[in-house]
Design a protein around this ligand. Structure first.
Ligand code: SAH
Ligand code: SF4
Ligand code: F3S
Length: 473
């Protein structure tokens, strides 16, 4: 195994120890729950990377003997896997944890556990310790694989558990995974982030960048395809720096090609690409690999060079636009999406207008837009921020209105054309299904539920801005 990976890999002895705890917990649970299995309610907040973690936590709980329920009311164990990206995300978690207090009053044996990015922050862990005495287990992102041990300490020893030490992070292979979906799978290829964008908490709560072994990832995908998965999502905060210290044949474009070579009818997606590390090789690999969705999520954050510099993004507006031009040149039908922050500290209205003009120029399919949220510990937290929240709200609306117009124009051009979609679920309208195009546009159409989880060809008949309607071909 490559040395860099070795440094992060959790040793087998550690994982074996956890297997022993799993057995211990399982035995205790069997003796305490003689009629039926104990129930766990697991909820994950935040990004798909966190969802992938959640599936492993569920895998561990399942191995301990839990089955899963859909609300905390009748749960024997509640686990919230949290996100810290914006203040709003944290407020929601605190609200939901508060709501567990009366439930626990009725069921004092219930174990309440919190983990994820939010609890990796010492301030949050301290607050939970002092002000939320009914919370039993709090652990950070770097020790998630030790969940069996934590449940053991709470369940069998009756101790409160707080394990949130900081670390550069690790790579844990071989954990059981209880996947939420049957046709869409999340496959992390790298963890952590070294970029330290000045507004962002992720590098502080997720540790340093580290990549999973190339062949291990390819084999995982091969197994998923054999199991019938139709959409493989390769995940990382910055997938373009996957194996960046190794030779090219182990880097991300090569990984895309290797996965594209796996036999089977499936589609490959990836996110997120950081514009700084987005290379022509990546765009070429996308264009050449048939199974790779022609969709690029390339978060720009701002269209103004001064703001980009303050954000520590390491690319200019011009470099970003030249990447976009190259991508459209190779893939004229490419769908591009982005993340944008409105109201970064010190951003002026004129600078914000550069973001508007960039959005107009790129013609995104859709945008994830956020008002800047100060995160304690980041550089931007201490920057002067003279523009009021209300004013930022006005700018925000201007941006979303513009994007709505662009999206409307884009979807209008879809009329009369056919698209291959992966059918995902029943739509709200009775008898309708909803599917997603390669470009990440949702189309709704009449069809039988049995189509869910398979590919279908759909012709667009009535594109509206928010919902595109079509019919099965
Ligand atoms: N690694 C990805 C981003 C992950 S976070 C990348 O670099 O593109 C997802 C998005 O949340 C970011 O792209 C950014 O737009 C937004 N975000 C992150 N921190 C934020 C903050 N403090 N306030 C507002 N939005 C933020
Ligand atoms: Fe955050 Fe920047 Fe890393 Fe993305 S690249 S996770 S925005 S620090
Ligand atoms: Fe949130 Fe952590 Fe993801 S902060 S966005 S869950 S990496």
């Amino acid at each position: 195994m490559d040395k860099a990976i070795d440094k992060f890999t959790v040793p087998a002895e550690e994982l074996n120890k956890q297997k022993e705890y799993t057995e211990l917990v399982s035995t205790v649970l069997k003796s305490r729950f003689t009629e039926g299995k104990p129930k766990a309610f697991v909820h994950t907040y935040g990004c798909q990377g966190n969802v992938a973690d959640g599936e492993k936590l569920k895998g561990l709980l399942y191995s301990m003997g839990f089955e899963f329920c859909l609300s905390p009311e009748h749960a024997d164990l509640v686990l919230y896997n949290t996100c810290a990206i914006r203040e709003h995300a944290e407020d929601r978690v605190f609200g939901n944890v508060g709501a567990l207090k009366p439930i626990k009053k009725k069921n004092p044996d219930m174990i309440i556990a919190l983990c994820g990015c939010m609890t990796q922050q010492q301030t949050v862990a301290d607050k939970l310790k002092e002000s939320y005495p009914f919370v039993d287990i709090v652990f950070g992102t770097h020790v998630a694989h030790r969940l069996p041990e934590f449940v053991y300490r709470s369940l069998c020893l009756g101790k409160r558990v707080f394990e949130t030490a900081d670390s550069d992070g690790n790579i844990v292979e071989g954990l059981p995974i209880k996947r939420d979906g049957t046709f869409r799978a999340w496959v992390p290829v790298m963890y952590g982030c070294n970029n330290f964008c000045s507004y962002c908490i992720v590098p502080y709560v997720r540790g340093r960048e580290r990549s999973r072994d190339f062949d291990t990832v390819v084999e995982e995908v091969r197994g998923l395809v054999a199991d019938g998965y139709k959409e493989i999502n390769l995940l990382g905060q910055n997938v373009n720096s996957y194996n960046k210290n190794l030779p090219e044949e182990k880097q991300f474009p090569a990984l895309l090609r290797a996965i594209n070579d796996i036999d089977g009818d499936f589609i490959i997606r990836f996110m997120t690409s950081h514009p700084r590390d987005c290379t022509h090789e990546l765009i070429e690999a996308m264009a050449q690999c048939k199974k790779v969705a022609k969709h690029l999520h390339l978060p720009v954050q701002s269209g103004n060079d001064r703001v980009l510099k303050e954000m520590n993004r390491h690319y200019s507006r011009e470099k970003y636009l030249s990447l976009i031009d190259y991508a459209y040149e190779l893939m004229p039908e490419l769908s591009i999406t982005s993340d944008i922050i409105v109201g970064f500290p010190g951003e002026t209205y004129e600078e914000f207008c550069d973001t508007l003009s960039l959005v107009e120029r790129v013609k995104y399919t859709s945008l994830f837009t956020f008002i800047f949220s100060p995160r304690k510990g980041t550089k931007a937290y201490d920057m002067d921020d003279p523009v009021s929240r209300k004013e930022k709200g006005v700018w925000f609306k201007e941006l979303t209105d513009l994007q709505e117009k662009i999206a409307g124009e884009r979807t209008a051009r879809m009329k009369g054309r056919s698209y291959r979609v992966l059918v995902e679920e029943k739509a709200k309208t009775e008898g309708f299904l909803s599917g997603r195009t390669q470009g990440n546009v949702i189309i709704e159409f009449e069809g039988d539920e049995s189509l869910i989880g398979s590919f279908a060809d759909v012709k667009v008949t009535n594109p509206r801005t928010w919902i595109v309607y079509g019919e099965l071909v």
